[in-house]
Every structure is written in structure tokens, then in C-alpha cells.
Ligand binder design. Sequence first.
Ligand code: SAM
Ligand code: SF4
Ligand code: F3S
Length: 431
Amino acid sequence: MEKTSVYIETYGCQMNKLDSENVAAILSESGYGMVEEKREADIILLNTCGVRENAERRIHGRVAELSSLRADRPGLMFGVIGCMAQRLKERLLSHVVSIVAGPDSYRRLPEIISEARQKGVADTVLDIAENYSDIEPVRGDTHSAWVAVMRGCNNFCSYCIVPYTRGRERSLACDTIVEQVDSLVKSGYKEVTLLGQNVNSYNDSGIGFAELLGKVADTGIPWVRFLTSHPADLSDDILETMSVRENICRHLHLPLQSGSDRVLKAMRRRYTVDHYLSIIDKARELMPGIAISTDMIFGFPGESDEDFEESLSVIRRVRYDYGFLYRYSEREGTKAADFDNHVPEQLRIERLKAAIAMQQEITGERHQERIGTVVKMLVKDRSKDGEGWYGMSDLSIPTVVNGDQAVAPGDFLRVRITGTTGASLMGEYFE
Ligand code: SAM
Ligand code: SF4
Ligand code: F3S
């Protein structure tokens, strides 16, 4: 009998991408076949994000669009899994969607799918003990791998849905993580990205993130990256470990969210702008040239013109290499959604637009300042024009090298930066 085939489409953050690889492993183990082409699928799963309203709007649109595939395949089943599934639960069940599974329910997907053949099923039980650490993900990439070091989040930043969709924070055992990376090294992987909503609060019976980072670096994996750091929990020992380890990439993603202490307090972020800036200064002192990136929210409830100006002034002061800037989006059930001082939508849009324009200019300048420097790059693929190579540098900045040298995806190159194109750096081989 032919295997029932499943196609997974993934939205949201890297943790969701890793989860899709776990889901593929769980379903393959139960006899399902994973396919790359949705037209060949018997079941389509959308692994979704719920962090902002427009992420969810997109999924509703996508479900409607994909449902037309039923014209040719009447038995085609649809599932919504991930954070949006956890947030909206059975509200998502419809004549199209019969499978709903939250981030801690993936182990039960084979049963959920069987039951859903009779009647729609929504399984959204959060489970503090679930960390999928025994699952070997079906990895989509043969050089770069994601490794979860923790799941869930305990921070409850007042705007954020993640603690509700992913449940309480749990750290994976240090030994398990090191074993996973060891085995990736043996399989020829070139880089791992350690994942967690707040990796700095990692704790396995007293082993903190700095120690874990050191142990992961000791495996000999050529490159280590990590996401995401929280300014309230990032201790000096993490920066020190980074600075003495050649295989930890020179990039720190440190979300600021707002440049106003008043707004940070309302966001429940647990740090001040001064504290944040002291981390940036220390990182640059220990690792000159390190790339720094951020996440920021504009138009948070109560954000005044002055608060907004303060955010812009931190952008100018830090001069981020790049930033992920968002306009505030109300999330039902979070503290901030109940605040009564919402900023009008139009003003949120205008502020975001102004901030993006400023950051783009600074990104351009920062890239220009890197001209003449030499970076290391992990080759990913041919560049768009087919004449050179595209990859990611140790600064976590996309980089393009011109010329047709004999390299292949997975090779490391030394590149002298010669120019920039918006978000990317351009360069030439450097012997
Ligand atoms: N745990 C990470 C952290 O603390 O930075 C990532 C959290 S979230 C998945 C990624 C980013 O989305 C956040 O850093 C924040 O800037 C943004 N975000 C979260 N909730 C939001 C909301 N309600 N509206 C707009 N942006 C939001
Ligand atoms: Fe959300 Fe804050 Fe947790 Fe990040 S640290 S996932 S922003 S609650
Ligand atoms: Fe990630 Fe979105 Fe969930 S950013 S943790 S998939 S809400």
C-alpha cells in the first residue's frame, strides 16, 4: 500500500522550522511519507506563527487558497499546527481544517490524524515535560542545523503571545545537547544555531548558558550561533566565552524593543536602556567588529512622541548592523491588549516607517564601513545571477562573492568585502 503523504509549510521563527523537522521525523516513523510538492500530498500541514495579527491573517488566506486543491483531490486533509493553532484551538476547525495541534502535541499527530478522518480534532495540551530531545529531526539542510537548548518562555513580556502558545520554559539536558552537536559534527555539519526564546536563562542543574556554549564549542563544530538573548539575563561570562572561542560567530542578536525606560517597564522587559547599552559597549570592547542586531516594536500602548524619539536615539547610538522592526500588534490574552492607551494604527505605521528608513540608512553605512575587511563565509548556494556564490558570514550578514572558483555549498571561504547591496555584503576571494 502506498504511504499517506504529508506536505508541511512552515511560517514563523527558527524554532518553528526545527519543529517542522521534528514533525517530519515523528510522522515518518509512523509510516507517513514526507513530500516536497503540495500537489502530491494527502495531508497539508501549516506550521504557523501567532506573534502578530498579520502573521495569522496570512494563514487564514493561505488555508482558503490551498482548499482549492481539493477540487482535484477530494480526500485532501488540512491541518494547522504551531503557535496560531495553540492560540485559537478549536476555533480553527472548519469544513477545510480538520487537524489542529499545538507545539507540545506533535508526538500525538499520528493518532490525531487518524481521528480527524472521522471528525475534526484540536489537541492543544501544553506539557512542561515535552522537549522532543529524543527525536532526531529530518533536517532540511546538510550543513547548518538548529538545535533547541530550551523551549517555552517564562518572561511574559506584556505584548507577547509566546508564553501562552509555547508554555513554560524548560531547558534540555546539557549532555543531550552536546551529544546532538557531536553527532552533527560526525555527519559533517558546519554550523549549529542554538535556539531558545531566552537562551541566557538556560539552566540545567546549575549549568548556565555560558558553560553550555563552551561545551558546544568544544565539540569542534566549525561554527556556533545562538538566538535569542534577553538583555536582562545576558551575563558577562557569555560575552567572555564568545570572545575567547574562535568558533562562536561574531554576532549578537539583542532585542531592545524600546529605547524608553518608561515603555520598557510597561513592556515588562526587566532592564533599562543604560543597562542595555552597557552590554553593547562590553560586547564591542571584547569583540571589536562584532555585528549587533535587534528587534524593536513601535507604537506600543502609551508610546509618546518623546518615547518614540528615545527609541530612534538608541538606534543612532548603537548603530545596529540590522534590525527587525515591527509595529505593535494587539494579542488577545496578553497584558498589553487590556491597556487603555493604544496608539492609533496610523501613527504606529508612520513611526515604524520612519524607524525603518533610519535603520536602513545605518545598515548601509555599517556595511560601507566593512569594505576592506576580511570575513569568513559559509557557502550556501549559487548567487542569484548564477555567476558567484551566496552564503552567510560569521557576522550573520548575507554575503555574495563574485567569480567562479571551485567551491561548493558547505565550504568556508575568506572574503574581502568590496561593496554592498542593501542588506548584503559583496566581496572577493581572499587567500
Ligand atoms: N524571545 C525572543 C525575544 O525575546 O526577543 C523573540 C520573541 S518574538 C518571537 C520576536 C519578536 O517579535 C520580538 O522580539 C518582538 O520584537 C516582536 N513581537 C512580539 N510580540 C509582538 C507584538 N504583539 N507586536 C509586535 N511585535 C511583537
Ligand atoms: Fe516573548 Fe518576551 Fe518571551 Fe521573547 S522573552 S518570547 S518577547 S515573552
Ligand atoms: Fe515563533 Fe511565531 Fe511561535 S515567532 S515562537 S512561531 S508565535
